[in-house]
Design a binder for this molecule. Structure first.
Ligand code: COA
Length: 225
C-alpha cells in the first residue's frame, strides 16, 4: 500500500511544543535561517521495552498537526528509521539510554542523536585505546589521573561519534576510528578529521548538552543540498 502523502500542516520550527516533557530547538546556522532549518528535539522518560517508535510517531504527529497513524516510519537496509514524508525531506533519529528517550527531526539535513547515561566506565581508557583514534586516546590518557574527568570525556567522545555515525546511517559498524574529535573544556567536541564518506568535518554541526541530570546528549547535523 502506498504511504499516505504527508499533508504539511505546520512547520516544526514554528510550533510551540509546550506539551512535551522537554524539548528544544537548535538553529544550526543563525546566519542563514532560510537554508538551515532548526532541528526539533524532544525527550521523555523511557523504560526498557517501551515502544519508542510509537512515542516518536505521536511527537511527529504533534509537530505536523497530523494523527500519529499518518506518520509512517520505515527502516533502511542498515536499520536507520526514516519518515515516509512524500516530497518533504524530513530526517529523524532517536536514542534511548537508562530511563530516557530522545528524538530529533529536521528538514533538508541529516540528523543523528545519542543519549548516554553517565555511569562509571572503569574500562574507558582500554576501550578508547581499542576503538578511538590514537589522538583521542592520547587526550584521554592525559586524564588518567582523574578517573571522573576521563570517564566523562570518554562519554562525550562516544556520544559525538555515535551521533555523527547515526546521522550518516551506517551506525557504529562504520567504525568509531573513522572520525576524530578534539575536546575543549567548553563547547561540543570538534570534529577535526573524518572518512571522506562522511563529508568534510566542517560540514557537521554538533550540540552537546545535559537534557536531564546524569545524562549527556549529543546531536549531529549535516545540511544536505
Ligand atoms: C544503531 C546503533 C547505533 C544503535 O546503538 P545503541 O547505542 O544501541 O542505541 P541508541 O539508543 O543510541 O539508538 C537506537 C536507535 O537508533 C536507530 N537506528 C537503528 N539503526 C540505525 C542506523 N543504522 N543508523 C542510525 N540510526 C539507527 C533506531 O531508531 C534505534 O531505535 P530502536 O531500537 O527503538 O529501533 C548500533 O546498534 C549500530 O551501530 N548498529 C549497526 C548498524 C547495523 O549494522 N545495522 C544492521 C541491522 S539491520
Amino acid at each position: 500500500m502506498p504511504a499516505p502523502a504527508l499533508a504539511y500542516a505546520g512547520r516544526p520550527d514554528r510550533l510551540k511544543p509546550t506539551h512535551f516533557v522537554n524539548s528544544l530547538e537548535f538553529a544550526p546556522s543563525p546566519l542563514d535561517p532560510v537554508r538551515f532549518n532548526p532541528v526539533s528535539c524532544a525527550w521523555w522518560p523511557y523504560r526498557r521495552g517501551d515502544d519508542a517508535e510509537r512515542r516518536i510517531r505521536g511527537w511527529l504527529g504533534d509537530l505536523w498537526a497530523l494523527p500519529p497513524a499518518a506518520m509512517t516510519i520505515a527502516r533502511d537496509g542498515h536499520g536507520r528509521p526514516y519518515l515516509q514524508a512524500g516530497a518533504h525531506r524530513v530526517d529523524l533519529n532517536w536514542s534511548h539510554s537508562g530511563d530516557w528517550l530522545i528524538a530529533v527531526c529536521t528538514e533538508r539535513a541529516r540528523v543523528g542523536v545519542d543519549i548516554e547515561w553517565l555511569r562509571p566506565r572503569p574500562k574507558a581508557l582500554a576501550l578508547a585505546r581499542r576503538f578511538y583514534t590514537p589522538a583521542e586516546s592520547a587526550q584521554l590518557t592525559a586524564l588518567a589521573d582523574d578517573p571522573s574527568r576521563l570517564e566523562h570525556a570518554f562519554t562525550r567522545l562516544w556520544c559525538a561519534k555515535e551521533a555523527v555515525l547515526k546521522a550518516h546511517g551506517r551506525g557504529l559498524s562504520f567504525g568509531l576510528e573513522k572520525l576524530q574529535f578534539e575536546l575543549d573544556d567548553d563547547g561540543p567536541p570538534r570534529l577535526v578529521a573524518c572518512d571522506p564518506a562522511l563529508g568534510k568535518p566542517e560540514a557537521w554541526q554538533l550540540h552537546a548538552w545535559t537534557p536531564v541530570p546524569g545524562y549527556l546528549a549529543t546531536l549531529a547535523c549535516k545540511v544536505v543540498a
